[in-house]
Design a protein. Structure first.
Length: 276
């Protein structure tokens, strides 16, 4: 595979950085789509009129960015997915700025409230029916994994029918974080999971009803109330009172989940809802 366009002119200075920027632009624009292979090192070196070590340095930087993968010494493969890039960015900010779990979970409430508001304005009857079906699947708690998957599906559906792709991507990742923490704190106990989320099924149905009635402000208010209850229930589960009872404990649990699920080795769709 050749580079899709004539490579940008390389000037003196940080040559590898200029190559990184050129290839990054091609990847983000879709000229080099997810799953495609970059040209071989020799071809890239000839295209940019640089040495092999310069190309290898550029590929290492792109790999650290999560834009390409070089497993098993093969040609670099583009691995750019919006959800993965967003997850890495958010996780980096959360860890660097030492953002607490309460702040992260509070942000999810605001994002999902906005998603519900948009959905009440814009979602079609068919989309609302899909959301209602997703809510119905959250009624029972046969296992923690099954219940977590059903809740994930409900909130992903809610974000998608907002018709705002950036909002949906933010909701998906932070929703994964909240569910991951809930599962971690429940320690696999279905009774603890029932306490966190199972008893809130009527609240989810009420959210759907408000969206179906095209009442955006009411839908947003119901979602905010729902998330406040979820956060309090996560903090009150039985597993290790010293963990669940403090913001510090929740933040440590958040950091552990992010390390396990939002690194370079975790592509979109591969993040675990279960304990880290």
């Amino acid at each position: 595979m050749s580079v899709p366009h004539t490579p940008a002119k390389i000037y003196r200075g940080r040559v590898a950085d200029q190559i990184v920027e050129d290839l990054r632009e091609q990847i983000l624009s879709g000229a080099l789509p997810d799953g495609s292979r970059l040209p071989a090192e020799r071809e890239l070196a000839a295209s940019y009129d640089v040495s092999g070590p310069t190309i290898r340095e550029a590929i290492r930087v792109l790999t650290a960015m999560g834009l390409v993968n070089t497993r098993n010494g093969s040609r670099a493969t583009v691995t750019a997915q919006g959800d993965t890039l967003l997850a890495m960015s958010i996780a980096s900010v959360v860890q660097f700025e030492k953002v607490g779990a309460r702040e992260v979970l509070g942000l999810l409430g605001a994002l999902n409230a906005y998603a519900a508001e948009l959905a009440a304005d814009q979602a079609s009857d068919e989309e609302i029916a899909t959301l209602r079906d997703a809510a119905g699947r959250t009624a029972g708690v046969e296992s923690v994994e099954q219940a977590a998957a059903a809740l994930q599906h409900f909130f992903v559906t809610l974000s998608e029918i907002s018709h705002n792709p950036l909002l949906a991507a933010l909701c998906r990742f932070i929703g994964d974080v909240q569910l991951g923490l809930a599962v971690k704190m429940s320690d696999g106990r279905t009774d603890d999971w029932e306490k966190v989320a199972g008893g809130l099924h009527p609240a989810r149905v009420e959210i759907v009803d408000a969206i179906a009635a095209h009442e955006p402000q009411r839908a947003a208010s119901l979602v905010r109330d729902y998330h406040r209850q979820v956060v309090e229930r996560i903090r009150s589960v039985r597993r290790s009172e010293e963990i669940a009872a403090s913001d510090a404990g929740l933040t440590d649990a958040l950091a552990a989940w992010l390390r396990a699920n939002a690194g370079l080795g975790n592509r979109a769709g591969d993040r675990r809802i279960g304990p880290a």
